[in-house]
Ligand binder design. Structure first.
Ligand SMILES: *Cc1c(COP(=O)(O)O)cnc(C)c1O
Length: 483
């Protein structure tokens, strides 16, 4: 493959993407005459139309996406996103409506918000929901702000938030950003929360425990009801990270397990394409006790006479412009309705089946630190391959040679050299078998030809990148052909 140059490198002075006859009527230049408008943009690439089209088409064909094959990034739920969601979100009635339009002219939009709130409450077993947060991490922050507002109103602000050592990095960050001191809870040999450690650390100064269930090892916290009791007994809140709802939809509900607040990643579980930087959506669902603090505006009233309520004195205020990422919310509604209750249940069943099929098929070739049964994902490590000097990075790079996107690496932190695989429910047995065959081939190569793996990838335009160099000496500017 030939390396595609930067668009700046193919630029040649004087080239234009189009050629049209000169205007014989006044044009934009005349309208702007005399105003401080610059004549050109320094360093702006000058290329022809066909050069632009080919440049970006070639780049697009070097890309990998869920429409091309399995994308087994653990904790990311890279499922295939049905195209009907896009069709619905592109309906002109939705795309042409304006967020500042008077409520009585956008009853349909408000009803979409209401329907998604209701559906998420039903799926999670919670009482109320805000759709405003733009991502999971912002949902976490919003949830922690709700808890803080409630505790402050009680005159009991508290200092600490407990987070298990298996948690996603966003959990401690969100708690910290909300002004809490984060304390870590240890996992036991089974990979779940150590109840003794929790009981020891859960004092009257702890605002909340943030727990992911199933956790980032894919292990269900079997003691979740007991965990909730320990937290509630000391007047704390149970915050649940619902990014892993894919393992639970239609089967069980966080609200029934004792969660007081949780966020859901619509761009994971409820099928909006993600990975390229958004937009996402991280709604937060809460129990009645936290409802008064939800962000404004709230959709109120009955279908046909819905309104937006801003006059909520106990609300934490806005967390996002307007009403959240409406297009993503709409896609979630299309997805939920097209599947129905039985389909939602099937998501969890097949996601868990697929992950366990991979786990059982690869557990001879790759080391499993935790042998506790897992749900929708499984976490191997490079321990067997380390004997031959091959690391999880080498395995990930070799997967690229075989045309497969690598799994999540080196996370969760409690598994050294982790390879975290989440196939999701949308992979067929044929695709899973192909992935398994590639992984076993790589395990064989690690023994017979470790050098090959250490130098991978071999089949790509760009070979192994110097990631440390890129971080230490980033090149952020391109000027007149020079870096
Ligand atoms: C993805 C994820 C998050 C963060 O969600 P973003 O939308 O990326 O901010 C938080 N927790 C867990 C367990 C996740 O998998």
């Amino acid at each position: 493959m030939i390396r595609e140059p930067l668009i700046f490198e193919i630029s040649e002075p004087g080239k234009r993407a189009y050629a049209l006859p000169a205007l014989d009527v006044p044009g934009p230049a005349d309208a702007l005459a005399g105003l401080p408008v610059r004549a050109d943009i320094p360093g702006f690439p000058q290329v022809s139309e066909v050069e632009i089209v080919r440049h970006f088409t070639r780049l697009s064909q070097q890309n990998y996406c869920v429409d091309l094959g399995i994308y087994p990034l653990g904790s990311c739920t890279m499922k295939y996103n049905p195209k009907i969601n896009e069709k619905v979100a592109a309906l002109p009635g939705f795309t042409a409506s304006h967020p500042l339009a008077p409520a009585d002219t956008v009853q349909g939009d408000l009803e979409v918000l209401r329907l998604v709130e209701d559906a998420l409450c039903e799926i999670t077993g919670m009482d109320a929901c805000t759709l405003q947060p733009a991502a999971g991490a912002q949902g976490e922050l919003t949830g922690m702000m709700l808890i803080r507002a409630c505790l402050e109103e009680r005159g009991d602000p508290r200092k600490y938030v407990l987070v298990p050592d298996s948690a996603h990095g966003t959990n401690p960050s969100s708690a910290h950003l909300c002004g809490y001191i984060v304390k870590e809870i240890k996992s036991n040999e089974g990979g779940t929360i150590d109840l003794d450690d929790l009981a020891r650390q859960m004092t009257g100064q702890v605002a909340a425990l943030m727990v992911t269930n199933p956790n980032t090892l894919g292990v269900f916290e079997y003691d979740i009801v007991k965990i909730a009791e320990i937290v509630h007994a000391k007047g704390g809140f149970l915050y649940m990270d619902g990014a892993n709802m894919n393992a639970l939809t239609g089967k069980c509900r966080p609200g029934d397990m004792g969660a007081d607040a949780l966020h859901i990643n619509l761009h994971k579980t409820f099928s909006t394409p993600h990975g390229g930087g958004g937009p996402g959506s991280g709604p937060v669902a809460v129990k009645r006790v936290l409802e008064p603090y939800l962000p404004v505006p709230r959709v109120i009233g009955k279908a046909g006479a819905l309104a937006l309520d801003y006059a909520r004195t106990r609300s934490i205020g806005r967390v996002k412009s307007f009403y959240g990422n409406f297009g993503v919310i709409l896609k979630a509604l299309a997805y939920i309705w097209s599947l129905g209750p039985d389909g939602l249940k099937e998501i969890a069943e097949i996601a868990v089946l697929n992950a366990n099929y991979i786990r059982r098929s690869l557990d001879k070739d790759f080391y499993l630190k935790y042998t506790t049964p897992t749900l929708h994902e499984c976490v191997f490590s490079d321990k067997f391959q380390k004997e031959y000097g091959v690391s999880n990075l080498d395995i990930a790079k070799r997967l690229i040679d075989y045309g497969v996107h690598p799994p999540t690496m080196s996370f969760p932190l409690i598994v050294h050299g982790a390879l975290m695989i989440e196939p999701t429910e949308t992979e067929s047995k044929r695709d899973l078998d192909q992935f398994i065959e590639i992984m076993t081939t790589i395990a064989r190569e690690a023994k017979t030809d470790p050098e090959l793996l250490r130098a991978a990838p071999h089949a790509t335009v760009v070979r192994r990148l110097d990631e440390t160099g890129a971080a230490r000496h980033p090149i952020l500017k391109w000027e007149n052909g020079k870096t």
